[in-house]
Design a protein around this ligand. Structure first.
Ligand SMILES: [Zn+2]
Length: 275
């Protein structure tokens, strides 16, 4: 089974999710299906196979991407869903995106990072390192080293199917001293949000950038300044309600918070299928 692109969607960057890059901006997300991980539930629908998903031809996609970029003017292009680097022909698409000067974010599962040809990612703008279970945690230090050789701009996305695994993963990251990159938590199933919030509150005393960007609660979803600890990007449900930043900097204390700033802040939910 080879990951294949199945849709191209314009969406809020916060729904990717990213927290320190282009917050409030727009992502052009290319979703791949046929993920080798085969989780029973997947927030990216990457577990679909080509019998049920409409597959886009990679060659056609590479040809059309330039006009799509021109029309939609996104802050960042995200290769998402099933690990796109497992498909060798994705190199053409990446080359085209580079020629168009698109900023590129690629989602990579920690467990699979060793198996992928990371050389085609030089230079890489943003890596979104996906964590699903303890297998990812075991290989994470090594996967992280491979990625950190290519970019310092890494964010985690942790998929949460149950509370106990979430607890293990968050503590595992903290005790291994791996929370030097922001952690974005996505709830795949309903978990006890109050219990999760109490873990996050404790971890945030040391590692501030731990978020649940799609949570309806502002406390869990909003971005905090690492110095004064004020909420500087108020978010809920993956959409920015208010920003207290001047560019990348905290409006209260002047500390740099964001790594990349969006061209404009969009305060409404966006989910537009463009291909
Ligand atoms: Zn501040």
């Amino acid at each position: 089974m080879m990951p294949a692109p199945a849709s191209v969607v314009l969406q809020n960057v916060d729904r990717v999710p990213l927290s320190l890059n282009y917050v409030g901006g727009i992502a052009l997300t290319i979703n791949f299906v046929e993920c080798p991980s085969q989780c029973t539930e997947c927030p990216w629908s990457a577990n679909l196979d080509r019998r049920v998903a409409k597959i886009l031809d990679l060659g056609v996609l590479s040809e059309r991407i330039q006009s799509i970029l021109h029309r939609s003017n996104p802050d960042v292009v995200v290769l998402h869903g099933a690990d796109p680097l497992l498909e060798p022909r994705v190199q053409d698409l990446i080359s085209t995106l580079r020629r168009c000067n698109a900023r590129l974010c690629i989602k990579i599962r920690a467990l699979l990072a060793e198996k992928e040809d990371l050389n085609i990612l030089n230079p890489l703008d943003i890596a979104l390192l996906e964590l699903v279970d303890e297998h990812d945690l075991e290989v994470l230090a090594h996967s992280l080293k491979l990625l950190e050789d290519r970019t310092s701009n890494i964010e985690y996305v942790l998929l949460v199917h149950d509370f106990n695994t979430a607890n293990t993963m968050i503590h595992g990251l903290a005790t291994r001293n791996l929370l030097r990159h922001p952690l974005n938590i996505v709830l795949v199933k309903d978990v006890n949000i109050l219990r999760l919030a109490s873990i996050i509150d404790k971890v945030r005393k040391t590692y501030i950038h731990v978020y649940v960007p799609l949570a309806p609660s502002t406390d869990l979803a909003s971005v905090q300044c690492p110095k004064c600890r004020m909420y500087v990007v108020l978010r809920r449900s993956g959409v920015v309600a208010k920003s207290r930043l001047k560019g990348a900097y905290c409006d209260y204390c002047g500390t740099q918070v964001l790594r990349n700033v969006a061209k404009r802040i969009v305060k409404v939910p966006i989910e537009e299928v463009v291909l």
